[in-house]
Structure formats: C-alpha cells, structure tokens
Design a protein. Structure first.
Length: 125
C-alpha cells in the first residue's frame, strides 16, 4: 500500500525533508527552518539505532519548571535512573530504553537550566 503526500504544499514538503521534521515532530517543537543536523542537536530526528520512529525529544525542557520537566520525561518514556546534588544544583539522569538515550537535566531554583544527551552513565542501561 502506498500513500501520496499531495495533501501538503510542495514547499512545506521540501522544508520537512530538509529539516528532518515530520508534521508530528513539528508540532512537538522540531523547526522546519533548521537543518536535520540542527534539529538532531535539539533532540529531534531519526534514531541512530536504525529505528524508523524519532527519538524522544528533551531539549525543549530547558527553562521549564523542574518538577513538570521530570513528569514530561516519564511521559516520553524516560526512566529516572540517578540523581546527583551539588550545592543548589541537582542533576537528574534519565534513560530511555527504546532509544537508548541517556539524558541529564541540570536543575536549579526550580527550573531546568540544561537538558543534554550525556551518551553514557553507569545506570543508563
């Protein structure tokens, strides 16, 4: 069975192709005006493990309320595997078993300061 994408504008289809976004990931924050590489750095794009579904995103959590961000990570399939505290800063380590992403949320003053793929951690498995 084959589906035809004539329902969307040709220029929009080109933007989707160039950006690596889909209509679904665009609604989740993937920027059709950026390149595939830029969107991949933001946590969007095809999984590097050969799957056809995109990796769950996480970069959009920077600046958000830390408790809401932790809940969002769980909703996106991440498991809270470790936490570290240093002074006023907390580091939450999250692992997604489907995508094998190991993400660290850096949090202070009730907000997420940064969300980064740290690639590995002893508890990310």
């Amino acid at each position: 069975m084959s589906f035809n994408a004539h329902a969307i504008d040709k220029e929009y289809a080109k933007k989707l192709e160039r950006s690596g976004c889909t209509q679904v990931t665009e609604a989740q924050g993937c920027d059709v005006n950026k390149t595939k590489a830029e969107n991949a750095k933001a946590g969007f794009g095809a999984s590097s493990h050969g799957k056809s579904t995109p990796d769950p995103h996480y970069k959009d959590l920077a600046g958000k309320n830390s408790i809401a961000a932790i809940d969002t990570m769980a909703e996106r399939g991440f498991k809270d595997v470790d936490s570290i505290e240093s002074g006023n800063t907390q580091y939450g380590i999250f692992y997604n078993p489907r995508s094998h992403l190991c993400v660290q949320l850096t949090m202070a003053d009730g907000k997420v300061i940064a969300a980064d793929d740290i690639h590995s951690h002893p508890k990310c498995h």
